[in-house]
Design a protein around this ligand. Structure first.
Ligand code: COA
Length: 374
């Protein structure tokens, strides 16, 4: 069987970042203004008073200190509270292609490849900018790939793991020689910045990985894929009702119903066992013990959640190097999170070192990829 490797990773980080203090000041100014405007209705008990947010709560509940954002000014404008994105003509690269393309070029450079070598592109993200043509097909043209094929997939925060499995399978079967999995996550566009209970969660970023046959790879640093595993289990606890049928539905949906919504506590309680069982059973089936794993590059949603998953798999608390954290700086960047952790925390791997990458989120969906440095 063809041995397959991840031969390069890339990351795009937006130039602007929003601190918890800046975010809370914006939300609280908006909520105070709304409460003043609704003072009579609040006094009459017909409208609920909006609660205030707090920096201390955000850090304590999530471990997040800041998040990158593609348009800080629009997101922090209390008359808007969402990024301001210039409407582009159909002849210009879409925003997802622009940022995904930057991550892709870095991943290809690290793999010692160029866009012309790529024959399979997957754009895997928790939201796609349009229905068609596929963003992946546009990205394929954008990077100068004229061979093969591309398609989009959406498996929410688990998209990177699902994309990597599809790329590994295609390369292993001989259907692709140089696959690119790109995760452009513009979470700020589908996030509800006016929902106090989750306004702090998300950040923007894009990541990319190159997947090739190990034997013909030219990269200096290669990670052989020892196995991939995916799992899904239906839940409404993370849901976004945005879709192409919204305009046809008889009862129009509220603005907030077409954005990210979650029951955070339930997600925490239900996803932790699902993911820890997936990771533990995947390692066992590969004949690996947990002490053979040098690092867990986990999806970055919530610090306590990550620590608990790693603790359940290891049977003890993980060290900072065993389960590195990037969500303090990046927040939850959906599918990009585990790849950012992998991209930033792989340089110390020696030949033979083993690591496990995992994405998880809405669906529920979860995936793991076990790699060994060659
Ligand atoms: N500022 C201040 N207080 C806040 C607040 C905010 N921004 N948001 C919520 N609170 C309050 C709540 O009102 C509640 O108060 P109460 O105890 O008086 O009722 C209290 O803090 C706890 O709220 P809760 O929503 O239960 O917090 P939590 O500890 O569950 O943390 C999350 C919230 C979202 C950080 C956490 O549930 C989480 O991360 N879950 C997993 C989410 C996840 O991974 N989602 C996946 C997306 S891919």
């Amino acid at each position: 069987m063809t041995r397959v490797a991840i031969t390069g990773t890339g990351l795009y980080t937006p130039a602007e970042s929003i601190s918890n203090d800046e975010l809370v000041a914006c939300y609280n100014a908006w909520a105070t203004r709304e409460n003043a405007a609704n003072a009579a209705a609040i006094a009459a008990g017909t409208v609920a008073e909006l609660p205030m947010s707090s920096t201390e709560f955000i850090y304590k509940a999530s471990g997040i200190k800041s998040r990158y954002n593609i348009d800080k000014a629009g997101t922090l404008d209390i008359d808007r509270m969402r990024p301001r994105i210039r409407t582009r003509s159909d002849d210009e690269p879409s925003l997802m292609v622009e940022i995904g393309g930057i991550a892709a070029q870095e991943a290809l450079a690290n793999a010692g490849r160029s866009g012309a070598d790529v024959d399979f592109v997957i754009v895997a993200a928790s939201n796609l900018q349009r229905a068609y043509p596929a963003v992946a097909v546009e990205l394929q043209a954008h990077i100068g790939s004229t061979q093969g094929f591309g398609y989009d997939m959406n498996v929410a925060c688990a998209s990177a793991a699902f994309g990597i499995q599809a790329a590994v399978d295609a390369v292993r079967m001989g259907n692709a020689k140089c696959a690119l999995v790109v995760n452009p996550e513009i979470t700020s566009g589908h996030h509800n910045w006016r929902n106090r209970d989750c306004h702090f969660i998300f950040g923007d970023a894009a990541t990319a990985v190159v997947v090739e046959p190990l034997d013909t790879a030219v990269a200096k640093e290669k990670f052989e894929v020892l196995g991939t595993r995916l799992k899904t289990q239906f839940s409404n606890n993370i849901r976004n009702n945005f879709g192409f049928l919204n305009i046809a539905e008889e009862t129009p949906r509220s603005w907030s119903d077409t954005l990210f919504n979650q029951e955070g506590r339930k997600v925490f309680k239900e996803v932790v066992p699902m993911v820890s069982e997936l990771l533990a059973s995947h390692l066992a089936d590969l004949g690996l013990s947990t002490d053979q794993v040098k690092r867990f590059w986990l999806h970055q949603a919530n610090l306590s959640m990550n620590q608990l998953i790693a603790k359940r798999v290891l049977g003890r608390d993980p060290s900072e190097t065993e389960a590195p954290v990037i969500l303090d700086e990046y927040a939850n960047t959906s599918s990009a999170g585990c790849i950012i952790a992998f991209h930033k925390h792989q340089a110390d791997f020696a030949a033979g070192d083993i690591g496990m990458l995992s994405g998880f989120g809405a669906g529920y969906s979860a995936g793991s990829v076990v790699v060994r440095r060659v």
